[in-house]
Design a protein around this ligand. Structure first.
Ligand code: PRP
Ligand code: MN
Ligand code: MG
Length: 182
């Protein structure tokens, strides 16, 4: 198997910038949730990396649970159809829920998810995402913590996939055209 680096066109966010930003976001979250319970809800599979790193950067105690909702499949554009593939195991009634995402693109996944979680009677629901794309401003979505606002390009790495690959790149970048042709 060849090196994933050969498939990259450009690096948009380096590993060290990701780590630095995670530290800042964790400090904000620590301050905002002081004296409150905190339940991180990671959205599988893309949020695995940010969930693992953010949780370890927090000083505040937290619980973690996971949902799997998919709207993309193997393609590069959103279908707008959200399906629950795996639901939460923890009851979020009266809990402070912080949804953790790798990327908000069209915002369709999170618009739906926030509505779904709010119907379960939580004390609060906020959103933390490593990346936000410009289309997300077209939907009504209150995003409390944003790592990086990036342009509308197809990106991979740090959890973001192309046909399930490149999630384990420690950085965020774009793919070279030869990857899409093969
Ligand atoms: C991706 C990404 C977000 C969502 C964002 O997940 O991880 O969850 O799409 O897109 P949207 O804002 O346009 O709704 P995907 O459905 O590809 O599943 P994955 O996390 O397993 O890759
Ligand atoms: Mn996802
Ligand atoms: Mg995906």
């Amino acid at each position: 198997a060849k090196d994933m680096g050969e498939d990259l066109e450009k690096v948009l966010v380096t590993e060290s910038r990701i780590n630095a930003r995670l530290g800042e976001m964790a400090a904000e979250i620590d301050a905002d949730y002081a004296g409150k319970d905190l339940l991180l809800v990671g959205v599988l599979k893309g949020a695995v990396m940010v969930m693992a790193d953010l949780a370890r950067a927090l000083h505040h105690p937290c619980e973690m649970d996971w949902m799997a909702v998919s709207s993309y499949g193997a393609g590069t554009t959103s279908s707008g159809v959200v399906r629950i593939l795996k639901d939460l195991e923890i009851d979020i009634n009266d809990r402070n829920v912080l949804i953790v995402e790798d990327v908000i693109d069209s915002g369709l996944t999170l618009s739906w998810l926030v509505g779904n979680l709010k119907s379960r009677g939580p004390a609060s629901v906020e959103i933390c995402t490593m990346v936000r794309k410009p289309l997300a401003f077209d939907v009504e979505l209150d995003v409390r913590y944003v790592g990086f606002d990036l342009p509308n390009e197809f990106i991979v790495g740090y959890g973001l996939d192309y046909a399930e690959k490149y999630r384990n790149l420690p950085l965020i970048g774009t793919l070279a055209p030869h990857v899409y042709r093969s």
